[in-house]
Design a protein around this ligand. Structure first.
Ligand code: ARG
Length: 547
């Protein structure tokens, strides 16, 4: 990836070129020490057995940074201080304001990336796990697209399987008109069918027979099955709109689309000796996995694993993806590791195609336990959004939820605390929205007064330097998120930027200054506004003009 390097990275590379080891640049502890400091000379001196200050002076001669920095200085026992020239910083900040991607560079070799996310189940409401998957997957889609990759979202909805036997049978028993049903209604039907299944052997038999009919393409069965999907999609889509995510019906790729492929996959694996019949089931034994992957069970049914193998074949073979990303709860880690291993062995997943499972943690309630309703059932996504909207306006509530979801390591569990999440102070989504609205207000005022700005020219105060330096890092942070799939890096960066912006306000009058200084500060504000807005957008968070 040929991402444009930020100033700190360029500095680091140049020092490394002279020193031969990672300089581990640190931000200077005080403005008079410049912007960065390195102890590389001390470490080299140790190895070489030379006095550190001597090594530092030699390095200062060798490091090629005259185009970017003031003359380097040796300090104390042998530290090297680096101070970026003010006009270089100004130029970097101006680029963020004026260049198309604000520093996000598009990759030279775009990949075709499949992102498998959201993936709720038919006739069930989306729960918090689907909330996380939807928010995280949507963020990946936005980031990777901004980098120029071709992203193919795949919403692997659970629209096939044995549960449809009981759902269809229950519908017929009740003489239910499914066109009158909404998603919560379909879920209630699911629960009634489930209860019925448990209490009646006769019903259970009929449900099993109904699964066979569904698979055989029986017309009435298929019609009811399709109606259940349609009802569910209306519900899912309403939630997607409410969440302001990118998913549309075009991204649907439910389990059922692989139906015809399942026997093909099974036969292929069996013919090539990868799968073997074990106690009536067709299974793949792989080193390192305590239990085999079940391709076909003893009753002849194909399940979740076989479907995911077929999906990989499709994604690589037909969609020509060269990067696969799965955003699913951490409890499915084992399933995916095993599926990937089998797919590699079978050649469905060639070495040059990467497959990444991004397992995320749980959302916990205030009691530190898995978030659930008073009745102990999983919390629906809509009730969660409702809870946040009790505390704040919809766009703020949504920002709060999304940011809480993305700002910690994804694997970590986090506590759903609506009140804290919507606060406009602290490390929250609304705080960043507020920072954006505030800088926007200053710029609006400036424009109303006819003050023009287009270039950052004068940078005098340390707070301005800090802000400009941070702005120059934006593109690199986005590239890191695209590579590591760790959105918290972008959250942390934006939080730091918002903090630097408020220190800047404290130390540097903007509207009250004059002439070139005012124009330059306004341009710095505008560059910051741009990065805040773009950065929030990559997180899927709106940046309101006013708050
Ligand atoms: N529908 C599944 C669930 O709710 C998630 C599917 C994830 N994607 C996949 N390719 N298996 O747990």
């Amino acid at each position: 990836m040929a991402a444009m390097l930020s100033l700190p990275s360029v500095l680091s590379e140049r020092v490394q070129a002279a020193a031969g080891i990672d300089p581990e640049l640190r931000p200077a502890t005080r403005p008079q020490f410049g912007h960065f400091q390195t102890n590389v000379a001390l470490r080299l001196a140790n190895a070489e057995g030379r006095p550190p200050r001597e090594v530092a002076s030699r390095l200062v001669e060798q490091i090629d940074l005259a185009d970017l920095c003031e003359p380097l200085e040796v300090a104390g026992p042998g530290f090297i201080n680096l101070r970026i020239r003010a006009e270089v910083l100004a130029e970097a900040a101006t680029q963020v304001l004026t260049e198309p991607g604000a520093g996000i560079s598009t990759v030279d070799e775009p990949l075709r990336v499949v992102v498998d996310y959201s993936s709720p189940n038919v006739a069930k409401q989306m729960h918090v796990g689907h909330l996380r998957s939807t928010i995280i997957g949507d963020c990946f889609t936005r980031v990777l697209r901004a980098q120029g990759h071709t992203v193919i979202p795949q919403n692997h909805i659970g629209d096939w399987g044995r549960q449809f036997g009981m759902l269809v049978e229950q519908t017929l028993d009740e003489g239910l008109d499914l066109s009158t049903l909404d998603l919560p209604g379909a879920e209630a039907l699911y629960q009634r069918a489930n209860a019925h299944l448990k209490e009646s052997e006769e019903f259970a038999d009929r449900a099993r027979a109904r699964v066979v009919k569904l698979q055989a393409g029986d017309e009435e069965t298929r019609r009811i099955w399709q109606q259940l999907i349609d009802v569910s999609l209306v519900g899912f889509n309403a939630t997607y709109r409410r969440m302001n995510v990118l998913l549309t019906d075009a991204d649907l790729a439910g389990e059922s689309i692989y139906n015809a492929d399942l026997p093909v996959v099974a036969a292929d694996l069996e013919d090539r000796g990868i799968a073997v019949v074990d106690a009536g089931a067709l299974a793949v034994f792989t080193d390192g996995f305590p239990a085999p992957a079940i391709i076909r069970n003893a009753q002849g049914g194909f399940g979740y694993t076989c479907t995911d193998l077929a999906a990989i074949r499709h994604r690589v073979g037909t969609l020509h993806a060269n990067r696969l990303i799965y955003v699913v709860g951490a409890p499915q880690t084992y399933h995916f590791e095993q599926v990937f291993a089998v797919a590699r062995r079978a050649g469905y997943l060639p070495d040059e195609v990467s497959a990444e499972f991004v397992g995320f943690g749980q959302v916990l309630g205030a009691d530190g336990k898995k978030f659930s309703t008073r009745e102990g059932t999983a919390v629906t996504l809509n009730s969660l959004l409702d809870a946040a909207e009790q505390e704040a306006a919809p766009s703020i509530a949504l920002a709060a939820i999304k940011y809480a979801d993305l700002s910690n390591g994804l694997q970590k569990d986090y506590t759903f605390d609506a009140e804290r999440m919507v606060a406009t102070t602290g490390d929250t989504g609304p705080y960043l929205q507020y920072a954006h609205a505030r800088v926007n207000q200053i710029l609006r005022k400036a424009e109303a007064e006819g003050f023009g700005y287009d270039t950052v020219t004068v940078l005098t105060e340390p707070a301005e330097h800090t802000l400009a330096l941070l702005l120059s890092r934006f593109g690199e942070v986005v590239a890191q998120v695209g590579e590591t799939l760790q959105p918290h890096r972008l959250c942390g960066y934006l939080y730091e930027l918002a903090g630097a912006l408020s220190s800047f306000y404290e130390q540097c009058p903007v509207l009250k200054s004059e002439g070139d200084l005012r124009a330059s500060r306004l341009a710095l504000c505008a560059a910051t506004r741009r990065v805040l807005a773009l950065g929030l957008d990559l997180l899927g968070i709106e940046a309101p003009e006013r708050m």
